[in-house]
Ligand binder design. Structure first.
Ligand code: SF4
Length: 553
């Protein structure tokens, strides 16, 4: 019999449920139990409803029971317990169908079996009597499978407990499972990205689409001066200074963005935390000032990030890829926007010509300082050309003589800066959702209130998520130089009407879908940002190669 290892009395007990994940896929166990990652998933909700129904069953036979063992370092709640011939039998209820042996007889799945064995051993300790078997009821097939609690079962449990505890000591994620079919039903596939890993290893293999095409919820922007965010039941309530309240179900919202001088109550913050809704504060100018997101269980992810991004070679390699993707994106956009327009192409030809040698020199940059210089030189050409993409119909007051950031000195720059502020928060959201430390980047230096890693990732999206829709909207005459701006001699910023317009343009763009040229599937820009954050993390978790590979076609 495999002996149990000596337990660390300070280590938290393992949950039996975690052993189910462990037997399903060790990586799933690691993500769920150690990194504490969870994703709302319809099968998980369905499972919870089934359990809730069973607990309500009062026929005298079915009960659920909390169990714990200090000796095993294990806790759990058995679905159902029945007495048969003087012995207790643990039952597990599953919605699906059983596995099948070679002769087609129904069997328990390995994960269900391990879970049941764990409950049986806990029950033996609690009742002081042997438990000879347990049963799993598969409701979709209307089949009950018997699981013997014999020596082999106990050995399997002890081996699993030992390995599960060992995994708690490491910061390295186990590899993706060799069985891709498991991933199709796994709630953590959007975080784990197993198909993307397989595609990188075998590029000719078409990945099965497991990453969601769009976000699960929407962003609530609170723009009105003095608007108060409160709660009522499970709804978020917006109370403007004047006018009617608006009630919005919390379940449909994944982010609350408080702009300028809007307020949020403590109760509303608590409700947001309960629902996993991130809350972010932005200044009137659109600059990110603070974020509140659930942060449990991120230490492993941050330790790996610190290890990787304190290595100069790793940082330089990532920075070259990022700068190359950024400048190529700018170049492609300029080419695309001036295609078929000889006048526009002529006016930006010298800028395009200036970008070509910069782009070619990026792979040979000796260090990050040199790379920043190249990226900056390309940006000068790009912004000079970008202004030339505005058609003759655009009002003179909406044009610009050059890039000015803090503060923006003209309306065009105010629009650019405001959109980049919104993008900063969208990227921050993705960085925090991925569990990365936003303050530790690989390209930007920590010199302002902005977070270097967020600034790094933003570089991949400035053109596609803001510059392109902004130039399009200016050319379509959607901006009013008077009503949408507040201008003084020292700076220009957006009025409330202008901010609402910019937010609408930005959110519409985030919802638009495009096809990832390497992974070959379509997804919204909102999801693209999250995808890149997760692909970046893979650069230092043993699955590199896909970060910053997407390009504007
Ligand atoms: S997606 Fe696949 S590899 Fe990743 S945790 Fe789930 S089952 Fe394991």
């Amino acid at each position: 019999m495999i002996p149990l290892p000596v337990l660390d009395s300070h280590a938290p007990a393992l949950r039996v449920e975690s052993l189910h994940a462990f037997a399903y896929c060790t990586r799933l166990y690691y993500l769920q139990e150690i990194e504490r990652i969870s994703v709302p998933h319809e099968r998980v909700f369905a499972g919870r409803h089934l359990h809730a129904a069973l607990e309500a069953d009062e026929d005298g036979e079915s009960v659920s029971l909390e169990l714990a063992s200090d000796a095993l370092g294990l806790v759990g709640k058995v679905d159902c317990l029945r007495r048969r011939d003087g012995t207790h039998l643990p039952y597990e209820h599953k919605r699906g169908r059983p596995a099948r042996a070679a002769d087609n007889t129904p069997q328990a799945w390995p994960s269900d079996r391990l879970q049941l064995v764990a409950y049986a051993v806990l029950l033996e300790e609690a009742f002081g009597q042997p438990i000879p078997e347990g049963r799993v009821r598969y409701h979709a097939a209307n089949v009950t499978v018997r699981v013997p609690i014999d020596e082999r079962a106990r050995d399997d449990l002890n081996a699993a407990l030992a390995e599960a505890r060992l995994l708690r000591e490491t910061v390295e994620r186990p590899p993706v499972t060799e069985n891709p079919r498991l991933c199709e039903k796994c709630s953590l596939a959007p975080v784990c990205l197993p198909e993307e890993v397989r595609h990188e290893r075998e590029p000719e293999r078409d990945p099965v689409r497991l990453f969601p095409p769009d976000r699960d919820g929407t962003t609530l922007h609170v723009v009105g001066h003095g608007t108060n965010v409160g709660i009522s039941g499970d709804s978020i309530v917006l109370k403007p200074r004047e006018g009617d309240e608006t009630n919005l179900p919390a379940r449909g919202i994944d982010t609350v963005l408080l702009h300028g001088f809007s307020q949020i109550s403590t109760q509303a913050i608590r409700k947001c935390v309960e629902h996993g809704i991130g809350v972010h504060w932005l200044s009137v100018g659109g600059y990110h000032t603070a974020s509140l997101v659930p942060t449990a269980g991120q230490v492993q992810r941050r330790v790996r990030q610190y290890r990787a991004l304190t290595n100069e070679d790793t940082c330089l390699a990532l920075a070259k890829r990022l700068a190359g993707a950024k400048v190529e994106g700018q170049y492609r956009y300029l080419m695309r926007a001036s295609r078929g327009d000889d006048e526009a192409r002529d006016s930006i030809q010298s800028q395009l010509g200036g970008m070509v040698p910069i782009l070619a020199g990026i792979p040979d940059a000796p260090d990050r300082d040199a790379l920043r210089g190249q990226e900056g030189a390309a940006a000068v050409h790009y912004f000079a050309a970008l202004r030339s993409l505005l058609g003759p119909q655009v009002h003179d007051d909406l044009r610009s003589d050059g890039r000015s950031r803090r503060p923006p000195l003209d309306r065009f720059n105010a629009l650019l800066s405001y959109g980049y502020g919104l993008l900063h928060t969208a990227v921050m959201r993705a960085v925090l959702a991925t569990g990365l430390e936003p303050a530790l980047g690989f390209f930007h230096t920590p010199r302002s209130a902005a977070y270097p890693l967020v600034l790094d990732l933003m570089e991949l999206f400035r053109v596609t998520v803001w510059d392109m829709p902004l130039v399009g909207s200016l050319n379509r005459g959607q901006w009013d130089p008077v009503a949408d701006f507040v201008a003084t001699r020292a700076k220009v910023w957006l009025s409330e009407a202008g901010r609402k317009k910019a937010i609408g343009l930005f959110e519409d763009r985030l919802q638009e879908t495009w096809k990832h040229p390497v992974l070959n599937y379509s997804l919204s820009y909102a999801r693209s940002i999250e995808l890149e954050a997760r692909l970046l993390e893979k650069e230092w978790t043993g699955e590199p190669g896909l970060f910053a590979r997407s390009r504007l076609r």
